[in-house]
Design a protein around this ligand. Structure first.
Ligand SMILES: Cc1cc2nc3c(=O)[nH]c(=O)nc-3n(C[C@H](O)[C@H](O)[C@H](O)COP(=O)(O)OP(=O)(O)OC[C@H]3O[C@@H](n4cnc5c(N)ncnc54)[C@H](O)[C@@H]3O)c2cc1C
Length: 396
């Protein structure tokens, strides 16, 4: 039977930008209504159903003074986020979202419900930590929680003409920043149409120590705005939702850089500005600390060295479909200009389907092991996703 005619793409919270959770001639399994979260405050774990978002999990954990690593915004599904890795403001302290996954219940291709943890189906747990939605229907996930409610965070805005100097300072700064401090950065437009450089530090330790740790960031140039203050982690991830409201059209390209090399900064500024629309933006994740200390072969997620994951997000109103190509090209142009300075792979959660050649490069030395896992748990590629059809080709 040609399983590709009924491949079963999976939908969690529906934030996969390239619509991998929907497929022509496929049956979409939609878990977005399964959002229950159960917290065990003594064991410091959270059990979530597969449709729960980061917001659902953090809201429930916050009541017990706990949290875990999530992405930057609250509405992204924890399942998709975890299966691809999961960059966010707590990477330095707690690692990737996937590094906090303790176990999962999965319906595999032959219909069996299995538990993947360090004792049972440990190979599957390894693959679920960053290997993509390739192996079955994840029904529930269990995460490690950490004592955390309040962080020190907010935006620091710098004028564009200081961007080069500020990013060069930032490059030196993040190389020695403590684990508790993760500094996201990028370019956005203010509501009055001015493009600015933003730094978004998040410190998740003692607030006084955080003030000291963040202080140098305030001296990299002449600040336009300083919004850094104590905020609950729950409020922090909700506050970023407004940047990407549903209803707009989006296209994202990503490149991972080892740092802010001068030429990469030039490429960002020369190709990125002006933006293709007032809603487009460039956001740069800071991967370091606990996330970098995990060994390359410990989880499927392979890029385990300090780096910057640059997200180039083109956004436009649906009323202007004629301009679509212009917006897409904006992101593609910057991505192309950054490629000489970037790692060859990419962030599998945000790769365009047309960029399949970057998938094996992203998994690097873990790729063969992932193919073996695919052959074991989903040999007919029922759960067609990132490595699906490559695995099939490999089998033939
Ligand atoms: C606005 C926005 C902000 C983002 N911010 C971040 C960020 O801060 N950090 C970051 O790392 N990424 C971020 N991303 C990327 C995000 O991690 C991916 O898009 C992720 O796939 C979204 O997961 P989802 O469950 O919401 O998406 P869905 O579209 O529902 O699912 C995406 C894929 O995950 C797999 N999947 C989902 N549910 C299941 C399941 N139950 N069983 C098996 N497989 C499943 C499937 O392969 C599916 O195609 C962002 C994306 C958007 C659109």
């Amino acid at each position: 039977m040609d399983t590709r005619t009924w491949a079963a793409p999976l939908r969690g919270a529906g934030h996969k930008i390239f619509g991998r959770s929907l497929r022509e001639n496929g049956i979409a399994i939609d878990l977005s209504q399964m959002t229950a979260v159960t917290i065990d405050p003594v064991a410091r774990t959270a059990q979530i159903q597969a449709g729960a978002t980061a917001g659902d999990l953090i809201e429930a954990a916050e009541k017990h003074g706990l949290a875990t690593a999530t992405g930057t915004i609250s509405s992204v599904g924890m399942t998709g986020l975890t299966l691809g890795g999961g960059y966010g403001p707590l990477n330095g302290a707690y690692g990737l979202v996937a590094d906090n996954l303790l176990s999962a219940q999965v319906v595999i291709a032959d219909g069996q419900l299995v538990t993947a943890n360090t004792q049972e189906h440990a190979d599957l747990l390894w693959g679920l930590r960053g290997g993509g939605g390739n192996f079955g229907v994840v029904v529930s996930l269990e995460y490690r929680l950490h004592p955390l409610t309040t962080v020190l965070s907010g935006l620091l805005l710098y004028p564009l003409d200081q961007a080069r100097a500020v990013l060069q300072h930032l490059n030196e700064f993040i190389a020695t920043a403590p684990d508790e401090l993760t500094v996201q950065s990028g370019f956005i437009q203010t509501p009055d149409g001015v493009t600015v450089l933003f730094l978004s530090p998040t410190y998740c330790g003692l607030l006084e120590a955080g003030e000291q740790a963040i202080a140098p960031l305030r001296t990299f140039g002449t600040l336009l705005v300083d919004q850094v203050q104590p905020v609950t982690y729950n409020d922090l991830i909700h506050s970023s939702d407004a940047l990407t409201p549903s209803g707009r059209h989006y296209y994202i390209q990503t490149r991972s850089l080892s740092g802010f090399q001068t030429k990469a900064i030039e490429a960002l500024i020369e190709q990125g500005l002006p933006f293709s629309s007032p809603f487009s933006m460039i956001a740069i994740h800071n991967f370091h600390g606990a996330a970098s200390r995990v060994g390359v072969s410990e989880t499927a997620f392979a890029l385990r060295q300090d780096h910057l994951m640059v997200e180039l997000t083109a956004a436009w109103e649906p009323q202007s479909p004629d301009d679509e190509q212009r917006h897409i090209q904006w992101a593609q142009n910057i991505s192309r200009s950054l490629s000489p300075y970037a790692f060859k792979g990419g962030y599998i959660n945000l790769l365009d389907e047309k960029e399949q050649e970057r998938v094996p490069l992203a998994f690097g030395s873990n790729y063969e092991r992932l193919l073996d896992l695919k052959r074991k748990y989903d040999p007919d590629d029922v759960f067609h996703s990132t490595i699906g059809h490559l695995a099939l080709q490999h089998n033939n």
